[in-house]
Design a protein around this ligand. Structure first.
Ligand code: NAD
Length: 792
């Protein structure tokens, strides 16, 4: 080839990165790795090994230990031993270790990048310029949180021993997202890398040794899902953090139900990439490249559903096909390659099978004219048009370089299509009209929105999903919050329901007309579907009244009413505060009546009953006060960008209230939930429901819109189960005995709803640190990060 030829074709020449450094590193270790437990390398107890291979060449890179039960036990024991001293070291002491790790990642960045590319198949351009710099940034950022820990997380403590399980798509980056915040908060960890990609985690273990990290603070156990399951089931792990598929996330949610283990799940996605007709189309084309062909599309938040406004669809798709022709698939170590290898043959088969299904279901397939490399695990960039929203490829996560496209006419239709998925991880939207973009972003049900950008990440900005994409955040303050718990939770007594005495034959001397409290659904009193009621008896067994015996159908009606009250979530915080103040005012006006009712039900003394009403009024004031103050934040990531972290309501929250403190417990949970814009379906105290049913009239007279608060009396656990299983309920709060907590956690896996329980412990409803302010509001909201780049 002559220079003239080169000028003619402007083709790329090969620009391979040398693998020598990484090969030497592997050879020096005999290409065989044990487990990193208690600061030392140990052989697996049962001596099992599996291969890690290079997916671009199918060549074996190393033998990796398969950890079994004795190894996991040893790692947990080492972490347990190390934890008290690590926590006691204090934030500034831990900060120095995290800082050292950040520096070491930078110093070994080339080795880490090459090793990651060999093991995973992702292009060296990405590991070198994205993965590894973000890993270093994560440790720097969290060195900062450790330094500030005592002041910024006052009253909080680490969970203790944390088990962490990560996938193969960003092996070292996911490790850093897990380990950095855990260590900053004073936890010790056992991390399991994915079986396809263990090598950089093992190199990281060496960096921990080099950094002088105390033995046992970080333990790396390798192995497949069976090793992960051993961690999930381990009795001495206090918190689990998992990133991976929704399918395995569900298994973990079920397995940990009732164990008291804290849990965060970062799961799959099917994220929309929305192009409006006023978008800068050429920029948006580059956006698509980064959205779906970054990391071969093996990205949980990949923009895999392209939604284009109809008027520009043809133009856009033509440009896209032209751009796809210029993409280069091949040797991941080549610096001018765009798309590397798929991680493993099994993943390649899954992609091929889903693509075949797409064709079978009638979608139109397009791939560039050039051929992908014949050897190795490669797949070409792929575009589907003519895709129906119900098609398998439009619904299922393909986790490969496959884009499905659909069109829309109006912004409302775009939002409806974007939200037409059980997932809710991310969205990318392209429009030159910022007011349109900022109007659409809050309507998208997902944890991250990128405006005129895509796949941007930073340690300061939280990342995580809504709905079946999981719960919990990584990065930022909210990511740190997932690794701490309030100190007071440690000392709580066990929860006990208040037993119901045998009903005495003699009715209470009310002297009035018999009253049966109905249910309260959609702003109206409603008879229970069952047509039956339940007696409410005093502490001495005298019958006070009857309440409706709610059932599954009543819960469904209540959820439907809550769904229709959606505008409450969009109401201004000022308006919500006004309604809550008004509620407080009206409750105050009936103070004596509510106190009398409490006395009649619970047998409390006059002063105690009055104190509870007063505290409930105070809680309403507090919720009103917080309505417009539990704000988000503006993060400045290290780029020309602002990230708006918004606290959004969860949607519909089911709330099972405690049996004690029948008025205060109810108000302490319901008021902050609605203050943040949620609608609720509440199950009042099963033992003493009348304080809640007496509230109907207060709600009616306080301008609470119909459907915002729905109340269904009846058997708490039966009703809570229905709420937990209901797909349109977004979160479930439950206060009750340990078995009930376990039941709702298990029953919530259908739509992976967030649960918040008392873990079978008794809270003090009169103590504001336990039941007021941020401790509740944090559970009533989820953070959405909206990235807004600026500049020409
Ligand atoms: P996976 O769920 O199969 O595996 C993830 C990890 O879990 C691996 O380490 C695996 O060994 C382990 N595992 C498997 N079965 C287990 C079990 N029963 N108990 C405990 N651990 C078990 O997922 P994957 O195929 O490795 O990764 C791809 C998935 O990860 C995709 O769905 C993707 O969307 C998701 N992901 C999500 C995020 C996020 O932040 N939300 C980030 C990256 C990847």
């Amino acid at each position: 080839m002559t220079v003239a030829d080169v000028f003619e074709t402007l083709d790329y020449g090969p620009a391979p990165e040398s693998a020598a450094l990484a090969q030497a590193w592997l050879a020096e270790r005999g290409a065989k790795f044990g487990l990193f437990i208690g600061g030392a390398w140990v052989e697996p107890a049962e001596s099992g090994w599996f291969d890690s291979t290079n997916p671009a060449t199918s060549q074996k890179l190393a033998a990796i230990a398969q950890a079994t039960a004795p190894d996991v036990d040893a790692a947990v024991a080492a972490a347990r031993r190390a934890q008290p001293a690590w926590a006691k070291l204090g934030g500034p002491g831990r900060a120095r270790h995290l800082y050292a790790l950040a520096r070491l990642v930078q110093k070994h960045s080339r080795l880490l990048a090459v090793l990651e590319t060999l093991d995973n198949g992702k292009p060296i351009r990405e590991t070198r310029d994205i993965d590894i710099p973000l890993v270093a940034r994560h440790f720097y950022h969290h060195a900062g949180w450790a330094q500030l820990f005592e002041t910024q997380f006052a009253g909080q403590e680490p969970h203790g021993v944390v088990g962490q399980i990560v996938p193969w798509n960003f092996p070292l980056l996911m490790l850093s997202w897990k380990i950095a915040p855990a260590l900053a908060a004073g936890n010790t960890v056992i991390l399991k890398p994915a079986e396809f990609t263990s090598l950089t985690a093992l190199l990281f273990a060496e960096l921990c040794q080099e950094a002088g990290l105390p033995p046992g603070v970080v333990n790396i156990v390798t192995g497949d899902g069976a090793t992960g399951a051993l961690m999930v089931d381990h009795g001495d792990i206090d918190k689990l953090a998992f990133t991976g598929s929704t399918e395995v996330g569900r298994i973990i949610r079920r397995a940990t139900a009732g164990s008291g283990k804290a849990l965060t799940l970062e799961l799959g996605g099917k994220s929309p990439f929305m192009v409006f007709d006023d978008a800068d189309l050429d920029s948006a084309i580059e956006g698509v490249v980064d959205a779906i062909w970054f990391n071969q599309g093996q990205v949980c938040c990949a923009g895999s559903r392209l939604l284009i406004q109809e008027s520009v669809a043809e133009t856009f798709l033509d440009k896209l096909r032209a751009r796809m022709e210029t993409l280069r698939v091949g040797d991941p170590l080549d610096k001018s390659v765009d798309i590397g290898a798929i991680v493993a043959p099994i993943q390649l088969q899954r992609i091929e099978q889903l693509v075949a299904q797409g064709v079978e279901e009638g979608a139109e397939l397009w791939q560039p004219s050039w051929a992908k490399p014949a050897e190795g695990c490669f797949y070409p960039p792929t575009l589907f048009t003519n895709v129906q929203p119900a098609a398998t490829i439009a619904r299922e996560e393909i986790f490969g370089p496959v884009l499905v496209s659909m069109t829309f006419r109006t912004p409302d239709e775009a939002v409806a299509l974007a939200n037409n998925t059980p997932y809710g991880l991310a969205a990318s939207l392209w429009s030159e009209t910022l007011s349109l973009a900022l109007d659409v972003a809050p309507k998208l049900k997902c944890g991250v929105v990128w405006i005129n950008s895509t796949n941007l990440f930073d340690a300061a900005c939280g990342f995580g999903g809504y709905r079946e994409s999981g719960f919990g955040r990584e990065g930022g303050r909210e990511g740190m919050a997932a690794y701490v718990r309030p100190k007071w939770r440690r000392k709580l007594p066990a929860y006990a329901d208040i037993p119901k005495p045998a009903e005495s034959a003699k009715p209470a001397p009310s002297g009035g007309i018999d009253r049966t409290a109905k249910l309260y659904i959609g702003g109206k009193q409603a008879r229970p579907d069952s047509g039956t009621s339940r007696p409410v008896v005093s502490a001495k067994g005298a019958r006070l009244a009857q309440v409706g015996d709610g059932n599954r159908k009543d819960i469904r009606n209540a959820v439907e009413a809550a769904r229709k009250a959606e505008s409450w979530s969009r109401a201004t915080a000022h308006l919500r505060a006004q309604v809550l103040y008004y509620l407080a005012e009206n409750l105050d006006a009936r103070h004596a009546e509510f106190a009398t009712r409490l006395r009649a039900m619970t047998g409390a003394r006059a002063a105690a009953a009055s104190k509870e009403v007063e505290a409930a009024i105070d809680r309403l004031f507090s919720a009103a006060a917080w309505a417009d103050k539990f704000d988000g934040a503006v993060h400045s990531a290290p780029m020309r960008n602002v990230t708006l972290a918004m606290n959004e309501p969860l949607g519909i929250i089911g709330i099972a209230c405690p049996s004690e403190a029948p008025l205060l417990g109810f108000v302490s949970l319901v008021a902050p939930a609605i203050a943040m814009g949620n609608r609720v379906v509440a199950i009042p105290s099963e033992r003493y429901p009348l304080s809640a049913t007496d509230l109907y009239q207060v709600l009616d007279t306080s301008d609470v819109p119909a459907g915002v608060v729905n109340i269904v009396t009846g058997e708490r656990d039966a009703l809570a189960r229905v709420l937990a299983e209901h797909d349109q309920v977004d979160a479930l709060w439950y206060v009750g005995p340990a078995e009930g907590c376990a039941m709702v956690e298990r029953a919530s896996v259908g739509n992976m709803k967030q649960t918040w329980t008392n873990d079978g412990k008794a809270w003090d409803w009169f103590d504001p640190t336990q039941s007021e302010g941020a401790v509740v509001l944090g559970h009533a909201t989820q953070v959405k990060n909206i990235w807004v780049p600026y500049g020409e």
